[in-house]
Design a protein around this ligand. Structure first.
Ligand SMILES: [Zn+2]
Length: 279
């Protein structure tokens, strides 16, 4: 795994000299009606010059984003991978109807909300409109990564290849009609909170009302799971919905076989995959 530091900002024109001296490749963006250039570049922890480059620019620029990136080999050899779709295009209309919340203070409403956690899905989701057809076969809601949606290409592949562990739920239009090319992807195979192995720098977000704790995993931290938790599962499973700072989300996990099938069927567009560490 390598850590990639992504920089984006108005760091001043003198800063460009440092980038040149350090041999850092960068892009300059100009915003209309703004004379100050925006510099954008990445530093990777695996580069030979990383330590020197990072030290030189640190006094002037802070990374906007730090994330782990796996090599092709790491992705191709991991037993299990977590998946995160980057297409956030589904507007869910009926959370209050479809979800049961166990924390009395947790409720969807406009304005400020406490963290939303310990919810159980008791009904089907209604959505505003079908997402436009693109290459991406997976997508998620526009309020955050909590619900996994996919299109019928994934459903067909799962059936054809006898992929195990997936439960597809119908998705409804605002008038209650069942859509035929969007599905919610879920699993009855659930990795429990006690099977998540902590102690790798995670933070926690505590509900001020009931004390329930969500695990906050940064983009540069890997998910660690007790290997026994996944022994009896094949192809697809999910964790309990206990991650994140706002609306609690699960991680959806796919086996190496499932990953290879998605790759073969060209269904990985706009989908990040991260190797899970089995402890
Ligand atoms: Zn609570």
């Amino acid at each position: 795994m390598k850590t990639v530091y992504h920089y984006f900002g108005r760091f001043g024109e003198a800063f460009e000299e440092i980038l040149k001296q350090e041999g850092i490749r960068y892009t300059i963006l100009y915003v209309p009606n703004d004379t100050e250039p925006i510099y954008t570049f990445d530093l990777a922890s695996t580069s030979k010059r990383f330590s020197a480059q990072y030290a030189s620019i640190s006094p002037y620029a802070k990374p906007l984003d730090v994330r782990l990136v796996s090599s092709a080999k790491e992705t191709q050899t991991a037993q299990w991978l977590s998946i995160i779709p980057h297409r956030t295009c589904v507007e869910v209309l009926n959370y209050d109807e479809a979800m049961l919340y166990y924390c009395p203070k947790t409720k969807y409403a406009s304005g400020w909300n406490p963290p939303i956690h310990d919810q159980e899905q008791i009904g089907l989701f209604k959505i505003r409109a079908l997402p436009k057809r693109t290459q991406a076969a997976f997508y998620t809601g526009d309020t955050g990564f909590e619900i996994l949606f996919c299109d019928e290409r994934v459903v067909n592949m799962v059936k054809d290849e006898a992929v195990c562990g997936v439960e597809f739920k119908p998705v409804l239009s605002q008038h209650g009609k069942v859509y035929d090319r969007i599905y919610q992807m879920s699993s009855l195979n659930v990795v429990k909170r006690s099977q998540i192995v902590l102690g790798h720098g995670e933070a926690f977000c505590e509900c001020p009302y009931c004390g329930s704790r969500q695990i906050v995993l940064r983009n540069d931290q890997q998910l660690h799971i007790d290997s026994k938790a996944l022994e009896s599962y094949s192809d697809f499973c999910m964790t309990e919905s206990i991650f994140g700072e706002g609306i609690a989300h699960p991680f959806y996990l796919i086996s190496q076989r499932f990953y290879q099938l998605l790759k073969k069927n060209k269904l990985l567009s706009k989908l990040s995959v991260f190797p899970v560490v089995l402890v």
